[in-house]
Design a protein around this ligand. Sequence first.
Ligand code: URA
Length: 205
Amino acid sequence: MQNLKSELLTLLRMEETSSSEFRKASKAFCSLLAGEAFNHFSMENFSIRTPVEKTTGLKRKKAAVLIPILRSGIAMLDPFLEFFEEARVGFFGFERDEKTFLPKHYYQNIPVFNQEDKIILLDPMLATGGTLLEALRLLIEKKASEENIIIASVIAAPEGIEAVKKLYPNVKLVLGTVDHKLNEKCFIVPGLGDFGDRYFGTLIP
Ligand code: URA
C-alpha cells in the first residue's frame, strides 16, 4: 500500500494537479486512511457459512461516528462512509482568523453518541492543531472518552502532532504522512497548499 499512497500523495502535492485530479487522488488516498482507521476498532467473532462449510467471521465491535471539520473535512467523508457505512455523521465548523491563525468556532451539529462509540475526526491537514484541539475540547465536554477518539489527516506537521499529544495523549492519530514543519503562515511545508481550495476549486489564480 505504501507505493500507492506515495503516488497519490505526490499527485495531491503537485501544483499542476487540476481540481478534478485532486479530488480523485484525495478520494483514493482517504479510502486508504479509512482502512487504517479500521485497525483501531476491536473486532468480534461471529458464525458464518461459506458455500463450503461453517466457519468464523469477524466484524467491527463498535459503531463509528464521523465528524468532518468544515470545510475541507467534507472531502474525507465519502471515502470514510464507504468503510463505515452505518456511521452517524456530525459536523464542526471552524474558520481560521487570518491574522491570529486561531480557529473560530461557528457551527456544530454533533449526533448523540455513547462513550463506547469511536469518534473519527476528519481534517485533512493537521497543521498547528488549533482546530483539532478545539474540536477535542468540545467532544470531551460532551463526555466523549479520549481513547475512543481518532483523528484522521492526510498530512500532519510535527508541531500539530505534538500539540495534540501534549493535551490528549490517548487520542489515536491516523496520518497519511508527516511533513517537515509549518511556515510563517502556518502552512505545512512542503504540504500541498490549502486543501479546501484545491479540492473545491476555489484557488484564486
Ligand atoms: N490547512 C491547509 O489546507 N493547508 C495547510 O498547509 C495548513 C492548513
